[in-house]
Design a protein around this ligand. Structure first.
Ligand code: UD1
Ligand code: CA
Length: 481
């Protein structure tokens, strides 16, 4: 049964992050903390989602507009506890709600939709007024403890700072994630007191109120306690980022991807990989990157929002916003920038930068070149150290190079300019006007040899001696020593 509402608590200050960015906007796996909470929540197919915002609310609200425009932000000001937060969320954004209400924390990024579904199943199966997601922790310090009676039934949650020594010995803790009957929750929230050590409205106090009304309260320990860990500082953020990454790498390995070294491979949640992709060490795959079967990525490669076709190889490359076709070879030491499309079987080799350009079928930019704002046809070879001169200091212009063109090494193609199909360009040329089909353009100084210059200007130098030896050997018809 899908919940009527999910309330995401995200008003906290996050002081220990020591950041100008609100805590819930810090990211792991290419998604913000609140984004993870929303993704897990959306996995239960709720009728509505309410996010309680407070600290940094302008930024958080704008962020919600980008990642989940249907989520309704509700401002909690002042922050007077988790019970207060849920109370105003219900009052302002779900006053009529009667079905099941899930409450989740905005800073618990490993929580999975499957766990929320299991919580809902228990909640409905047992007919509970409230069901708490709990965990057994090796060190429960700081958390609210689950107090159960002799029969094992949950009677209350006691906050660490309000707990007795006996209660502090309880290892089962409250994750801060719950399923509630919406109408009963609203009734209990109306009766919360603030007679605790923090003077706040504790959401946890609703459990005793509901029990007192004769309702059932349940608890479901999470299978893996890592899933309910929250984040307060950047050390915890790094730990959970690593755990999330392990989960993502394991998922793809089980789906048929070879990850040589998961510890040095970082894969965002939005990446998709086909079976028989190989990821070599020290590789980062970000954003909406997609990689097709048989491709080999890395080592030492970072791809963002990049598509890689079947059987392509991408070695020691940095690429953002690029389409790499089937069987393409890229790298090593290659920089591919947004708007670049490499057609099937093409190649961009060592020490090349390509920006906002199209490379045709089987065409090659093998070495040491800059290709910016270029359209290159099929079967064309761009010689080593060719530069597409796309910027005159004011405007950027495009260069067009046709099919089966041969551009010699160390050429400047000064845009806007076109080298038509089947043309050749001589090495070292500076091309400023179009080259017709089938022509060869030679645009460089003619070579002049000044005989005897070294003997006159550098007499007695090693060069002069070498030259003299070569000349006398040539005269006598023998090789020099
Ligand atoms: C709360 C629980 C505790 C549980 C712990 C799990 C209460 C009283 N205690 O503790 O039993 O073990 O979570 O992490 O609920 N928030 C608001 N507005 C507020 C206060 C909090 O939106 O006024 C949000 C926070 O941003 C956070 C979540 O609620 O996402 C939990 O708040 P936090 O202060 O971490 O809760 P604790 O008091 O530590
Ligand atoms: Ca907390």
């Amino acid at each position: 049964m899908k919940p009527a509402a999910v309330i995401v608590l995200a008003a906290g200050e996050g002081t220990r992050m020591k950041s100008s960015t609100p805590k819930v906007m810090h990211t792991l796996g290419g998604r913000s903390l609140v984004g993870h909470a929303l993704a897990a929540s959306r996995g239960t197919d709720p009728e509505r989602v309410v996010v309680v915002v407070g600290s940094g609310r302008e930024l958080v609200t704008a962020h919600l507009g980008e990642i989940d425009p249907d989520a309704v932000p509700v401002v909690q000001e002042p922050r007077n506890g988790t019970g207060h937060a849920v109370r105003i969320a219900l009052t302002e954004a779900a006053p009529d709600v009667t079905g099941t209400v899930l409450v989740v924390c905005g800073d618990v990024p490993l929580l999975r939709a499957e766990t929320l579904q299991a919580l809902l199943a228990m909640h409905h199966g047992e007919g509970n007024a409230a069901t708490v997601l709990t965990a057994i922790l090796p060190d429960p310090t700081g958390y609210g403890r689950m107090v159960r009676d002799a029969s094992g039934a949950v009677t209350a949650i006691v906050e660490h700072r309000d707990a007795t020594d006996d209660q502090r010995a309880i290892a089962e803790i409250n994750s801060g994630i719950y399923a509630f009957d919406g109408a009963l929750l609203r009734s209990a929230l109306g009766r919360l007191k603030t007679d605790n050590s923090q003077g706040e409205e504790y959401l946890t106090d609703t459990l005793e109120i509901l029990r007192g009304d004769g309702h059932r309260v349940g608890a479901m320990p999470a299978e893996d306690h890592n899933e309910i860990h929250g984040i307060n500082d950047r050390v915890q953020l790094a730990n959970l980022r690593r755990l999330l990454n392990e989960r993502i790498c394991a998922h793809w390995m089980r789906a048929g991807v070879t990850v040589i070294d998961p510890a040095s491979t970082w894969i965002d949640v939005g990446v998709t990989l086909e079976a028989d992709v190989t990821i070599a060490p020290n590789t980062q795959l970000h954003g909406r990157t997609r990689i097709a079967a048989g491709a080999v990525i890395g080592p030492n490669t970072t791809l963002r929002d990049t598509e890689v076709g079947e059987n392509a190889t991408v070695l020691a490359t940095h690429a953002t916003g690029v389409e790499i076709g089937t069987g393409v070879s890229v790298g090593p030491f290659t920089f591919l920038r947004p708007g670049t499309k490499l057609a099937a079987k093409s190649k961009v080799g060592a020490f090349c930068e390509v920006k906002n350009s199209n490379l045709g079928l089987g065409s090659k930019i093998p070495h040491l070149s800059y290709v910016g704002d270029g359209d290159i046809g099929d079967g064309t070879n761009i010689g080593a150290a060719t530069i597409f001169v796309n910027y005159d200091g004011q405007t950027k212009s495009r260069t067009t190079v046709g099919d089966h063109v041969f551009v010699g090494c160390d050429t400047m193609l000064v845009a806007p300019v076109t080298v038509h199909d089947g043309a050749y360009v001589a090495a070292g040329s500076v091309i400023t006007s179009d080259v017709p089909p089938g022509a060869i353009a030679v645009a460089r100084g003619t070579q002049r040899n000044i005989e005897g210059w070294v003997a006159r200007k550098r007499p007695d130098s090693k060069s002069a001696k070498a030259a003299a030896a070569a000349q006398s050997a040539a005269e006598s018809g023998k090789e020099p020593d």
